[in-house]
Design a protein around this ligand. Structure first.
Ligand code: SF4
Ligand code: SF4
Length: 363
């Protein structure tokens, strides 16, 4: 017995696929399937999070719909994956957040925070809001800004860690040992290159049967754009606290350089992902969770757009409004991370690590 209809359907597909084995060269999911004869819920959640949704096994399968076997691996694994995000979320009483429309939650959260900051500034010193272009810290002192974001980051890190712990236990993985270091390194390489989003070497399938690398490129732009923005913020803190060099920075200084490159990635990548998402063959999608998927991508896009607008217009009277909006969006992005599509990165990395360990152990 499985905990849900989606898990039961995934179990049925593993029986068909393990008999067929036509797709074993496409990605890590099918070799991991072949290492098992029976599948409990944890095994199926592991396979679901190992799947990158490239669509190759749907296009290649002779049993995909309208065949009576109705084998649709990308869609069923996407449904199981979505269910697993909810099941692992911590604390448990916040799990229903996954049932709501992610886009609505994110936008409402961002606007709430932006309105809060605007209200605070208007109450504190209304003139500063529109006349003091260029000086962030008259609107909100650096320590207050850093304190608010440290608090939300601490909560997010704890929630994500607990969620990952739930996932890791459920898939039956053990603690890492010294001998697992090469497997961990392999998983880092596979995750950072999105190795299994290549449809077995030809590319990812999206709206038709012509594979391309577009989704992989957009994902790279988004991920590395996010990391560069994070690095820019860290560099800014180092400049401020350790080097006693407060903002603003010139274009060639590290915080500005990293932030500009990251911002470009965080605009181009999410736009590409959103376009690809809406053009994707609906049969391969978990349409019930489209709101969660697009909500998170939209939050990343808003982060990039508001950050770049702030950088370009910071010496104008629009700076105050833009700063409030940008802080609001980033605050909401961080707060919603444990209850959004963001978790797919963590669980997929965990699944890749387990797969690398299994391969090395020669299962
Ligand atoms: S997806 Fe279809 S072709 Fe691929 S292994 Fe399963 S049954 Fe065979
Ligand atoms: S959609 Fe791609 S990654 Fe997922 S199981 Fe099929 S071939 Fe593997």
């Amino acid at each position: 017995m499985h905990a849900s209809d989606n898990l039961a359907e995934a179990d049925r597909l593993t029986t068909v696929c393990n008999s067929c084995r036509y797709c074993e060269g496409l990605c890590a999911v099918f070799p991991a399937m072949e290492m098992r004869r029976a599948f409990d819920d944890g095994d199926l959640n592991y396979l679901a999070n190992l799947c990158h949704g490239c669509g190759a096994c749907y296009v290649d399968c002779q049993f995909s719909p309208p065949h009576e076997f109705d084998v649709n691996v990308p869609k069923v694994l996407a449904q199981v994956r979505g269910d697993s995000y909810r099941a692992y979320a911590w604390p448990g009483f916040l799990q229903p957040l996954f049932d709501r429309n992610g886009m609505a939650i994110s936008i409402v959260a961002a606007l709430s925070v932006a309105i809060f900051i605007l209200g605070f500034v208007l109450w504190h010193d209304p003139d500063v809001l529109f006349t003091d272009g260029g000086n962030f810290y008259r609107l909100m002192p650096h320590n207050v800004m850093a304190g608010i974001f440290l608090a939300v980051t601490a909560f997010t890190v704890v929630a994500l860690t607990m969620g990952f712990r739930n996932f890791w236990r459920d898939i039956g993985a053990n603690g890492l040992k010294g001998e697992d270091t090469p497997s961990l390194w392999q998983a880092i390489k596979d995750a950072s290159s999105l190795r299994y989003l290549d449809g077995g070497g030809v590319g990812c399938y999206n709206e038709d049967e012509r594979p391309t690398d577009r989704r992989r490129i957009y994902h790279h732009l988004t991920f590395y754009g996010f990391m560069l923005c994070f690095a820019a913020t860290t560099a800014g803190s180092v400049y401020h606290y350790l080097l006693a060099m407060p903002a603003p920075y010139d274009w060639y200084q590290l915080p500005k350089l990293l932030g500009t490159l990251g911002g470009i990635g965080l605009i181009a990548g999410p736009i590409g992902l959103l376009v690809a998402k809406f053009k994707r063959e609906p049969d391969m999608l978990d349409t019930a969770r489209l709101g969660m998927d697009t909500g998170f991508i939209l939050m990343l896009l808003l982060t990039g757009l508001s950050g770049m607008a702030l950088m370009l217009l910071r010496v104008t009277p629009a700076m105050g409004i833009l700063l409030a909006l940008h802080l609001g969006v980033v605050f909401a992005l961080f707060l919603s991370m444990p209850y959004s599509k963001f978790v797919h990165g963590l669980y997929r990395f965990g699944a890749l690590t387990r797969y690398a360990i299994e391969r090395r152990a020669g299962h």
